[in-house]
Ligand binder design. Structure first.
Ligand code: SAM
Length: 393
């Protein structure tokens, strides 16, 4: 077989076997991961973890490209274990490690990712990267046990058809949540995945703090820190909840599973919203979830990430900057509407976005876009106010 050499970032990858997966479209995903990892390591609180450099597991590696890029482009990594279950892939990983002269950092591994993560439960990694074909959830029980306290999980899901609601029963089986067919489906996909990671973590008294959650092209990718605390785990149950979409006007409401009692402790929500009729148009609701209702991003982390981009040479830098700037402005409000859909429900012509946004601001509310949808309206205005503005148009 003849070798084709592919350059991406500072890595030179030999691809000579069509059985080994290499997807050039994912360069944005890998560039972003290089930037996130750099920022994570530079962060003061992370440095305290391992002064001599951090450890990384790329559990599903294919060619080794990602690991080699981390080794060459990110400062402060002591060791990367680069794993794949497929023997041909591991051969390719070994060849590429040699070709890039990163033997001192990158170690090949031929193992079932789950088994490897269970074996390393007592010798945890600081960072675990999961980039599977499709759904990542079968790897999560291992991953949440194998990442250190304050460690980082970087997780991709590419099974968007399932996450956006085309096969709700499959989504329930894989992610333990019912998706809704909604204009906000891409953000809902992120929140379904985060809910699932949080649920796996909770079983071991661990909780997640999302640093960055991105919907791009045909996949989603989340970056979450992991910590251990029974108390915080309970607190995180207030950040998980159900989502209700009106069958008439598509108005969205969310309801956390638990509330914190003023006297201390937590109380389960006793009056499910699904039993109520929509306050806008009196129709019934579709019920979806549970989804993550907490923040999708740590805005301090996003600022640091944007600062660090200046020093990086990444092919997709402009696109990363563009997406991160939108994310930096994103309101911490679950889900969103789209202007075209709101107007088409009442069969009216869509006004310019600027005018609609100004109306919300003039009414005293905040408004932003979501990076997941160009025509999105994310706002803290109550549904009644949004509909008053739509009807007044
Ligand atoms: N991360 C790679 C990149 O950025 O180029 C792409 C990884 S590819 C989408 C998924 C890989 O996971 C395949 O090479 C496949 O052999 C491997 N894989 C699937 N199931 C696995 C398992 N249980 N353990 C380890 N590797 C597995």
């Amino acid at each position: 077989l003849c070798n084709t050499s592919i350059n991406e970032g500072e890595a030179k990858i030999l691809v000579n076997d069509t059985n080994v997966f290499y997807n050039p479209v994912q360069e944005f995903n890998r560039d972003l991961s290089v930037a996130v990892l750099t920022t994570y390591i530079k962060d003061d609180s992370t440095e305290a973890l391992k002064p001599d450099g951090i450890t990384v597991l790329e559990a599903l590696s294919a060619t080794g490209l990602r690991s080699i890029r981390y080794a060459k482009e990110v400062q402060g990594i002591k060791q990367i274990v680069t794993n794949d279950i497929c023997a041909t892939a591991v051969e390719s990983i070994k060849k590429n490690i040699q070709h890039n002269e990163v033997e001192h950092i990158v170690k090949p591994s031929h193992e079932d990712a789950t088994l490897l993560m269970y074996q390393r439960r007592r010798d945890k990694f600081n960072v675990i990267d999961l980039d599977p074909y499709g759904c990542p959830t079968i790897f999560l029980d291992g991953a949440v046990q194998c990442v250190s306290d304050g460690g980082l999980l970087m997780i991709t899901a590419t099974d968007m058809a399932i996450l956006v609601g085309n096969f709700p029963e499959t989504c329930y089986l894989k992610y333990g949540a019912i998706p809704l067919r909604s204009k906000a489906c891409h953000e809902m996909a992120l929140r379904i995945l985060l809910q699932n990671i949080a649920s796996h973590a909770g079983r071991y008294g661990r909780y997640i703090v999302p640093m960055l959650s991105i919907s791009a092209d045909f996949y989603i990718r989340v970056f979450v820190k992991m910590f251990t605390s029974q108390l915080k785990c309970k607190e995180n149950t207030t950040k998980i909840g159900m989502v209700y979409q009106c069958t008439g006007c598509e108005t969205i409401n969310t309801q956390p599973l638990c509330y914190k009692k003023p006297s201390g402790g937590y109380k389960l929500t006793s009056l499910p919203y699904v039993d109520q009729l929509c306050k806008i148009c009196n129709h019934k609701h579709h019920e979806g979830g549970p989804i993550w209702l907490g923040p999708l991003h740590d805005q301090h982390f996003v600022s640091q990430l944007l600062c660090n981009l200046g020093e990086m040479k990444l092919v997709t830098l402009k696109r990363i900057e563009g997406v991160l700037n939108v994310i930096h402005e994103e309101l911490d409000v679950p889900l969103y509407y789209t202007l075209d859909r709101l107007m088409s429900i009442i069969r009216c012509i869509t006004p310019p976005m600027l005018i609609f946004r100004s109306a919300l601001i003039n009414a005293g509310y905040r408004v932003s876009y979501s990076h997941a949808c160009k025509t999105s309206i994310k706002t803290d205005a109550p549904n009644e106010v949004i509909w008053d503005i739509v009807r007044a148009w």
